[in-house]
Ligand binder design. Structure first.
Ligand SMILES: Cc1cc2nc3c(=O)[nH]c(=O)nc-3n(C[C@H](O)[C@H](O)[C@H](O)COP(=O)(O)O)c2cc1C
Length: 200
């Protein structure tokens, strides 16, 4: 490839990623604790240090949760392969949409909105809160959407157990607050949330 083509490709890639997007490093697909050890250590944690995850941890977590492990399929199964579940993340710095296809975080809003992600005290200072959003027009049906969501949450639990991080899945959140925060259209709904961070 000559230099002109290389420069054109680099320009196109950087032009299509806006300054606010966070390009995640490639996930580490071979590391981590053995599965049986991670299962043995999986638990819900409700007390967190005020400490951010590294970009690599964020990358591994999101990929484990709902990333593509084949050309067009993911680390989780979905009913009829609808792939209707999307992840949003609130951190100290902003609210982001996980673009699984391009493995990057797209900024939705700048600023610390973690407190809006749930009613329990620890939510406001957990390193991140995941928000599970389902496209109910895309899903096989509502029941399947909830089942599909469970697989993602369990992958997060297992990744966290493997990485020495804490997590807790939460149904205690205000649907309309999160709908407004994420500016969701009528066909999308928040099904669940999950806090993640370093255990205190
Ligand atoms: C659908 C669902 C909703 C939950 N909602 C909450 C919640 O809002 N807040 C919370 O602290 N824990 C919540 N949990 C976590 C459970 O309380 C926890 O899994 C249970 O007590 C067992 O503890 P363990 O996860 O450590 O095994 C929820 C779990 C599930 C499966």
């Amino acid at each position: 490839m000559n230099r002109f083509i290389i420069l054109s490709v680099l320009f196109t890639v950087s032009y299509s990623i806006s300054a606010q997007d966070i390009k995640l490093p490639a996930p580490d697909r071979v590391g981590g604790k053995p599965l049986m050890q991670a299962l043995n250590e999986r638990q819900s944690i409700r007390s967190y240090q005020d400490k951010e995850l590294t970009l690599q941890q964020l990358s591994d977590l999101l990929w484990a949760a709902n990333g593509f492990n084949r050309d067009d399929k993911r680390t989780v199964p979905t009913s009829n392969n609808r792939q209707e579940l999307e992840l949003y993340v609130t951190t100290k710095n902003g609210v982001y949409f996980y673009d699984a296809r391009n493995h990057l975080l797209k900024e939705v809003k700048k600023g610390d909105y973690r407190v809006k992600a749930g009613s329990q005290d620890f939510v406001a200072h957990a390193a991140l809160n995941l928000i599970f959003v389902s496209d109910l027009e895309k899903a096989s049906n509502r029941e399947a959407a909830h089942i599909d969501c469970g697989f993602v949450a369990q992958n997060v639990y297992l990744y966290c157990a493997s990485e020495g991080l804490g997590a807790v899945v939460r149904a205690s959140f205000d649907k309309s607050t999160l709908r407004e925060l994420l500016n969701l259209p009528a066909n999308q709904e928040v099904l669940l949330t999950q806090s993640v961070g370093y255990p205190d």
